[in-house]
Design a protein around this ligand. Sequence first.
Ligand code: SF4
Length: 283
Amino acid sequence: MTGRQLITGTQNTWCPGCGNFSIQHTLKNVLAEMEQEGKSLDDVVLVSGIGCHAKIADYLNINSFYSLHGRTIPVATGIKLANPKLTVICCSGDGDSYAEGLDHLIFAAKRNIDITVLIHNNRVYGLTTGQYTPTSPLGFKGKSTPAGTAEYPFNPIELMLASGATYVARGYTKKMDLLKKLVLEGIAHKGFAFIDMLQICATFFPVADYYTSRVYELPDHDRTDFESACIKAREWDYNSDARIALGTFFERSLPCFDDKMAQHEINPADRIRAIQEFLLTRT
Ligand code: SF4
């Protein structure tokens, strides 16, 4: 299929000014570029979770799976293992993969499965009208914390580096050219690619001025240097007023989980025989 209309006609219910629009258009531009370069979009699958971000599965005209809360990554993992030739892109939220689905995120990074995870990190539960998430700043006042949160946020860049992710980057929805470059890089990366996308929630956490005055693009640095990536990752802890680095923190090449699993493939008859033998030893 070529030249398809990538934005669907589904009624869009995101709030005016929502950063999800920038992500949707970034992905549209990424997909169009991939198609121009000869990639069949029939071989691309988008998986979303639950939250405002997840509606992107309805708004982009591409194979998609609208999954359960926090379960974006296991669904994407299953799709990739079932058909390794597919390019699998996960759109997930901070309330999705940094909270209920955090264990899946960590283990996908540890396994180095060849999927691309894009986190719409608006640092608030927008769909449920403004509760704090794992990346909300200390003192965040929302529906569940009117007096302010008593918890520090965690730093997802540092967490992904520690978990073994082989591509780690941060983008910002008001820097769309850079965001597109990062998403293209993440998809081209062979292995687990993670991009934390600072996304504006226009209704419950409108911090565009805060980000815009602090972000800068990482100057040329050795992206294979893990220690330097950690130092850069710690520069802004998602709470302080430090400058916020955007770009690729780290990249390295390692064997992928899906390739290793493909080598272990056994034929269905042998699998059934092995299961029967296992069950017989238990009776
Ligand atoms: Fe976007 Fe926030 Fe509105 Fe959700 S609540 S659609 S994240 S602006």
